[in-house]
Write a protein that binds this ligand. Structure first.
Ligand code: F6R
Length: 369
């Protein structure tokens, strides 16, 4: 069942190229246009949406955060991302023109179910992004976009996360195409890049021996920090969550720009800090800002483990370890950048002798509020 891997989690990490490919499969027609047949919300309604609110918990909420960067850029529609349990118990502003997107692997997370019900009561349309056919969340939603990651058995989410992000990109591209905004012409180009991703994830997986070795040496580590900006920020949060869940190590992910507003006080000599670096080919000065952040923590003695694009030499003087990922556009890069962090957590937990498939105190689906 584990296909020769030591754990379901290890297998599921290696299933990720397939999970992405299967989530893309059959959704682009011969003319390169997106077709989402399960999108049962009318086109006129989708054109009139003036806000998207993503509701989800845990890892699924980090997929939503990635979606925010992509969908706002492509569609020029405001996207809010809120933890489902927080959304439910305040008085959120939603209307008939709000599209609520509920992301859930299991489709049975009670916090997310309650948020879906609340949104529909307020008149919003709800689209589920879900990995489990016929589960409660898609059944209670107006439409569903299934992720085709296959059953996820390990408690910690890996392949479902990448499939959720992929589905969010499809949603964003679909809306851009439908609404015919200025980005619509670039949809085909992004889709082409997206189809390259499964092969690129495989390349990342094939090159992680160094990460595994480092993880094994870090079994005694008490605390690990994760920094990222832009789409690298949710990647950092997810890297920290994986490490807490699996290895029971205190870990914190934060936006690199926040460093000087507080967290840099945590850095003392020897503190391991992962940094997710955006592409140097991207817009603005995002890349150089993150390189400065690496320098800042390095100057205080941090041990820097840097995830950077192939060919990005600017990080080298300040990195104790450079973990390479293939080139893609900044918005798609989370699908590559998170993989070393998943493997790091899995390997470190295994080195500590822990059960990575069944971490203590956790359940695969959280069916109580
Ligand atoms: C993290 C993890 C949890 C789930 C969260 C939502 O590895 O597994 O944070 O992502 O409980 O679960 P679903 O997606 O089933 O709603």
């Amino acid at each position: 069942e584990k296909g020769g891997y030591p754990s379901f989690m290890a297998k599921e990490i290696h299933d990720q190229p397939q999970a992405i490919a299967d989530t893309l499969l059959g959704r682009v027609d011969a003319g390169g246009r997106l077709q989402l047949d399960e999108m049962k919300i009318g086109e006129a309604e989708l054109r009139s949406i003036d806000k998207i609110v993503v509701v989800a918990c845990g890892t699924a909420a980090y997929a939503g955060q990635v979606a925010k960067y992509a969908i706002e850029h492509w569609c020029r529609v405001p996207v809010e991302v809120e933890l489902a349990h927080e959304f439910r118990y305040r008085d959120p502003v939603v209307s008939e023109r709000t599209l609520v997107v509920a992301i859930s692997q299991s489709g049975e997370t009670m916090d997310t179910i309650m948020a879906v019900r609340h949104a529909r009561e307020q008149g919003a349309k709800v689209l589920a992004i879900c990995n489990t056919n016929g589960s409660t969340i898609p059944r209670e939603s107006d439409a569903v976009l299934y992720t085709h990651a296959g059953p996820e058995i390990a408690v910690a989410s890996t392949k479902a996360f990448l499939a959720q992000i992929t589905a969010c990109y499809l949603l964003g591209l679909f809306l851009a195409q439908l609404r015919g905004n200025k980005f619509a012409d670039e949809v085909a180009e992004v889709l082409a890049q997206l189809h390259e991703i499964p092969g690129q994830v495989r390349q990342v997986l094939d090159g992680l021996e160094q990460v595994r070795e480092i993880a094994r040496y870090m079994a005694d580590t008490r605390s690990v920090l994760f920094l990222g900006r832009h789409v690298g920020y949710p990647v950092a949060m997810e890297g920290a969550l994986k490490l807490k869940e699996l290895a029971y190590i205190h870990a914190e992910g934060f936006a690199a720009g926040e460093l000087k507003h507080g967290p840099i006080a945590l850095v003392e000599p020897g503190q391991p800090v992962f940094v997710v670096v955006p592409s140097p080919r991207g817009r603005d000065s995002l890349h150089s800002k993150v390189v400065s952040n690496i320098q800042e923590v390095r100057a205080r003695g941090a041990r820097t483990l840097v995830i950077a694009e192939q060919g990005d030499t600017a990080v080298e003087p300040f990195a104790d370890v450079v973990i390479r990922i293939p080139r893609t556009s900044t918005l798609l890069s989370p699908l590559l950048a998170v993989v070393p962090l998943q493997v790091f957590a899995c390997e470190l937990a295994t080195a500590k002798g822990l059960d990575v498939d069944q971490p203590r105190n956790l359940a695969k689906s959280v069916t109580v509020e």
